[in-house]
Ligand binder design. Structure first.
Ligand code: C2E
Ligand code: SIN
Ligand code: SIN
Ligand code: SIN
Ligand code: FE
Ligand code: FE
Length: 413
C-alpha cells in the first residue's frame, strides 16, 4: 500500500504522464492500472458514455486473470448500462458524484440503485467493496465512470475504501477524464477517416485496422524490451505506433473503386496504381511534426517494402513520388529499401498486415487457413520480412490469436 506522500507523488506524476497517451485503449489500461495501485484493488472497470448509455469499455481483474493460462488476456463483452438511478455505474453517471460502497451485498434499503450480481455469478467472482467515480470534464460533463473493486489490505483481504481516499480519486479522475476526452476525439477522427476508406473498400474495416494495430504493438513491445528500451519510451512509442498502424492503408482512399474492388487479380498497370497508396498515405502527414505524424509517415510509406529490397515504393521523395537521385536503379526506378533502411515501424506493420490479409477474406482472395499462413510467413523470413521480427512474431502467437478473437469481422464498426 502507498503512503500518503507516495500517493501525492504518484498523483502529480500521473497528471503529467496521462497527457502523453493519445490512444484510447492504451490510456484506459494506464488509468485503471494506476487507480487500482493506489489502494491495492483487485479489479476495476471503465465505462464510457455514449448518448444516454454507459458502454463497459475496459476491465482488469487480477483474480480472474490468475485463473487463465499464462498468456491469455481477460475476455469481456462490451455491454451497456442505462444512465439512470437503477445501477451503481448509472447512478454515478447520472448524479455526477462519487459513490463509496463498503459492501455490495449489504446495500442500505433506502438507496435507489441495485447491485447487479449476474456478472459475478457468470464468471465466479465476488465483488464486495466498490468505489465508483464519475469522469467529469472541466466543462462539467460526465464522459464516463471509473469503477474500482475490492480494495485489499497487505494480506490480500478485501476491505472497504477509506473515505479519506475519495478526494484523491476525484483529483485523479479529473485528470483521467481530460486525457480520455482528448483520446476519444483522436480515436473518433481516426475511425471517421477509416470509415471513409471503408465506404470505398469494404475490406478495410474497423476490425481489420484494429487487428493490424494490435498485432503491431504486440510485436513492437517485445522487440523494444529485447533491445533494452526503457518502459517510458516503450509506452510513448507504442501509443503513437498503434494509431499510425491503424492508418497504414489510409492512402487507399485515393485509389479508384475499379481497382480497389476488383474481384480478381490486378493487371500490372492496375497494381502500379495501387502501389501509390503508400506514398499518397504518407503525404497526408507531411505537414505535421509530431511523433505521431512521423510514425504515420514511416508506416504508410514503408509497410510494403521488403527485407530483400524487392518491395515498394523504395527510395522516393514523398512530396513528388519520384526516385531520390542517388537511389535510382539502372531502369530509373527507385531502388527498394533493404534491411535496416526500412524504418522499424514499417518492418513491423508489414508482418502484421500480411498476416491479417492472408487470414482474412478479400475481394480478390479467400481466407487462407492458419497453417498455410504461418508457413508462408516463416518461408519469407529474410526475404520479404525482417527475420528477427518474424521470430518475435512466432514467439507471441498466443497473443496474436487472442487479438484475432477480440476483433472479429463484423459488418460495421
Ligand atoms: P491487402 O489486401 O491488405 O494485402 C496486403 C498485403 O498482403 C499484400 O500487399 C501482400 O503482401 C499480402 N497478400 C495479400 N494477399 C496475398 C496472397 O494471396 N498471396 C501473397 N503471397 N500475399 C498476399 P500487396 O501485394 O502489395 O497488395 C497491396 C494491396 O493491393 C492489397 O492490400 C490489396 O488492396 C491490393 N491488391 C493486391 N493484389 C490484388 C489483387 O490481385 N486484386 C485486387 N483487387 N487487389 C489487390
Ligand atoms: C453496476 O455498476 O451496477 C454494475 C457493475 C458491477 O457489477 O460492478
Ligand atoms: C499482384 O496481384 O499483382 C501482386 C499480389 C501478390 O501476388 O502478392
Ligand atoms: C524507429 O523508431 O522507427 C527507428 C528505429 C529503427 O528504425 O530501427
Ligand atoms: Fe497497404
Ligand atoms: Fe491493410
Amino acid at each position: 500500500m502507498l503512503t500518503e506522500r507516495e500517493k501525492l507523488d504518484t498523483l502529480l506524476r500521473l497528471s503529467v504522464e496521462l497527457g502523453y497517451s493519445k490512444d484510447l485503449d492504451i490510456l484506459m489500461e494506464h488509468i485503471l492500472t494506476e487507480a487500482r495501485r493506489f489502494v491495492n484493488a483487485d479489479a476495476g472497470s471503465i465505462y464510457l458514455k455514449d448518448h444516454e448509455t454507459l458502454i463497459f469499455s475496459y476491465t482488469q481483474n487480477d483474480t480472474l486473470q490468475r485463473r487463465l493460462p499464462p498468456n491469455e488476456k481477460l475476455a469481456y463483452a462490451n455491454f451497456t448500462v442505462p444512465i439512470d438511478q437503477n445501477s451503481i455505474a448509472g447512478f454515478v453517471a447520472k448524479t455526477g458524484t462519487i459513490l463509496n460502497i463498503p459492501d455490495a451485498l449489504r446495500l442500505p434499503a433506502t438507496v435507489p440503485y441495485h447491485f447487479n450480481r449476474s456478472f459475478d455469478e457468470k464468471v465466479g467472482y465476488s465483488t464486495r467493496s466498490i468505489l465508483t467515480i464519475p469522469l467529469n470534464t472541466a466543462q462539467g460533463d460526465v464522459i464516463g465512470v471509473l469503477q474500482i473493486i475490492n480494495a485489499q489490505d497487505e494480506n490480500g483481504n478485501v476491505i472497504a475504501f477509506l473515505p479519506e481516499d475519495e478526494l484523491m480519486f476525484i483529483h485523479f479522475a479529473n485528470t483521467a477524464a481530460m486525457a480520455l476526452e482528448r483520446a476519444k476525439l483522436t480515436r473518433d477522427l481516426i475511425l471517421r477517416t477509416i470509415k471513409m476508406a471503408e465506404m470505398r473498400d469494404p475490406q478495410e474495416t474497423g476490425a481489420h485496422v484494429n487487428r493490424v494495430a494490435s498485432y503491431t504493438i504486440e510485436i513492437y513491445e517485445r522487440w523494444a524490451r529485447k533491445k533494452g528500451s526503457d518502459e517510458k519510451e516503450i509506452k510513448e512509442k507504442r501509443d503513437v505506433l498503434r494509431m499510425a498502424a491503424m492508418l497504414h492503408d489510409v492512402g487507399k482512399v485515393a485509389i479508384s473503386d475499379v481497382i480497389l474492388k476488383k474481384p480478381a487479380k490486378l493487371m500490372d498497370e492496375e497494381y502500379n496504381i495501387m502501389k501509390q497508396h503508400t506514398i499518397l498515405g504518407a503525404r497526408l502527414f507531411l505537414d505535421g511534426h509530431s511523433d505521431f505524424d512521423r510514425a504515420a509517415i514511416d508506416v504508410s510509406l514503408n509497410h510494403h517494402e521488403r527485407w530483400d529490397g524487392k518491395g515498394y515504393p523504395g527510395h522516393v521523395n514523398v512530396q513528388t513520388g519520384s526516385p531520390i537521385a542517388d537511389y535510382a536503379g539502372p531502369d530509373g526506378q527507385a531502388r527498394g529499401k533493404t534491411c535496416d533502411e526500412i524504418p522499424l515501424f514499417g518492418r513491423i506493420v508489414a508482418i502484421a498486415d500480411v498476416y491479417d490479409a492472408l487470414t482474412s477474406v478479400r475481394a480478390y482472395k479467400e481466407a487462407w487457413d492458419e497453417k498455410r499462413v504461418l508457413e508462408t510467413l516463416a518461408e519469407n523470413a529474410a526475404k520479404q520480412f525482417d527475420p528477427e521480427l518474424i521470430e518475435i512474431f512466432f514467439s507471441c502467437l498466443d497473443f496474436i490469436h487472442n487479438i484475432k478473437q477480440r476483433y472479429p469481422e463484423k459488418p460495421h464498426l
